[in-house]
Design a protein around this ligand. Structure first.
Ligand code: SF4
Length: 193
């Protein structure tokens, strides 16, 4: 199908709009981070560790999609501020997991509340939350398939995910997943072997 120029214009405007939305998040996170003398990358590390309890540096790198050096510097600063600690895996001494300290947990919880400032905006759209979520999910998943971002902890990448009788099924939770239950960033996710 060929797109006429009006349709292309609209598609470009949609992409520009998505970029603007990402900018709004970045600015708000920056403002919020300043309250705790953090930068947005350090805040994203704390938010990721609040959700996932066993993350390595490599996991964090994929989740936040930043380069190794920037992440290493952020982790070092967070350690100096006693917000995170590294714990050696008992079974594999070469592996270190990064955890929040009690002080880090408190700040991560307060940072998480910052998402709530966007909730009223969802009520101002004519789209249903389900349709909006489906669009966002597919956008992220297709970005991953096109290699714009690293592996994400999403259902469609997960070893527990199955298609059963035209429905989605999670072997870990042992239940069918409806559209609303599909995960973008699941704490129980495991990579396919
Ligand atoms: S464990 Fe999480 S990511 Fe994996 S299929 Fe189940 S809900 Fe989805």
């Amino acid at each position: 199908m060929f797109l006429v120029s009006g349709e292309i214009d609209l598609e470009i405007k949609i992409i520009e709009g998505l970029e603007r939305i990402s900018e709004i998040f970045r600015i708000q996170l920056w403002r919020e981070s300043l309250k705790y003398q953090l930068n947005p990358t350090q805040s994203l590390v704390l938010l990721s560790l609040q959700k996932h309890t066993r993350l390595t540096q490599k996991d964090l790198q994929s989740m936040i999609s930043i380069d190794k050096t920037t992440l290493s510097k952020s982790l070092k600063t967070l350690e100096q501020k006693t917000l995170i600690e590294r714990i050696v895996d008992q079974k594999d001494q070469r592996k270190k997991y990064i955890h929040l300290t009690p002080k880090g947990k408190k700040i991560a919880k307060e940072l998480k509340d910052f998402y709530k400032i966007f909730l009223p905006l969802l009520k101002k759209t004519n789209l249903s939350n389900e349709d909006l979520f489906e669009f966002i999910y597919n956008f992220i998943y297709n970005s991953y398939k096109l290699k714009f971002i690293d592996t994400q902890k999403m259902c469609f990448n997960c070893r527990f995910f199955q298609l059963q009788d035209q429905s989605y099924y999670c072997k870990y939770l042992e239940k069918k997943l409806n559209k609303k239950e599909i995960q973008i960033d699941c704490k129980d996710y495991q990579e396919k072997e």
